[in-house]
Design a protein around this ligand. Structure first.
Ligand code: GAR
Length: 207
């Protein structure tokens, strides 16, 4: 094998997607995988969608799409560590090449982040490093930003930090409310997240 040979793609590589809510990013990823033939071209499939909320509309959507789903809810556990350990067991059953946080609204324990280091990605609805944390759109409007957007990044121990894989930028319009800006950003999230994931999966080191 020379340095230029493509990596061998023997086994299927699994993606596990974690959600807490509507699951529109999850759906965008599932749609892109289907449309772009990730399974045939990259040997990749979405193996499971896991939610920390039984009522998350995204779970029903994933079931309708024929995906394996699971709900693991925090109240069943005594501590954040115990919940994350159960979540890790649920995820690791699928031996994922990549774990995708798609609107998964939980602060992760350092042990969880370490366990998936280099194969855990997140989308955050701001142009990081600006506006880590919550209420990103409101804060961008209040700060008088002329642009806003979303960031896809590898997850590290610090909340909403880590190497940036991709960003999408949208204008902030004078008449924008938190709601209208969020909707404009979300439309771009649906494009940039699948694209960034595919880019990561195409990298030789991800095999
Ligand atoms: C998305 O806007 C995503 O960027 C955000 O939650 C929304 C989930 O929507 N994530 C975060 O705020 C994480 N810090 P979805 O459930 O329709 O994909």
């Amino acid at each position: 094998m020379t340095a230029f040979d493509p990596p061998t793609r023997s086994a299927t590589r699994n993606i596990v997607i974690l959600i807490s809510g509507a699951g529109s990013n999850m759906q965008a990823i599932v749609d892109a995988a289907e449309r772009e033939g990730w399974h045939q071209r990259l040997g990749v499939r979405v193996a499971a969608v896991i939610s920390n909320k039984a009522q998350a509309p995204g779970i029903e959507q994933a079931q309708r799409a024929g995906l394996h789903t699971e709900v693991i809810e925090p109240p069943q556990f005594q501590s954040r560590e115990a919940f994350d350990a159960a979540l890790m067991r649920g995820i690791d059953r699928h031996a994922p090449a990549l774990v995708v946080l798609a609107g998964f609204m939980r602060i992760l324990t350092p042990g969880f982040v370490r366990h998936y280091q280099g194969r855990l990605v997140n989308i955050h609805p701001s142009l990081l490093p600006a506006f880590a944390g919550l209420h990103t759109h409101r804060r961008a409007i209040e700060a008088g930003c002329r642009v806003a957007g979303a960031t896809v990044h590898l997850v590290t121990a610090e909340l909403d930090h880590g190497p940036i894989l991709a960003q999408a930028v949208v204008p902030v319009l004078p008449e924008d409310t938190e709601h209208s800006l969020a909707a404009r950003v979300l439309t771009q999230e649906h494009l940039v997240y699948p694209q960034a994931i595919r880019g990561w999966l195409e990298r030789p080191h991800s095999f």
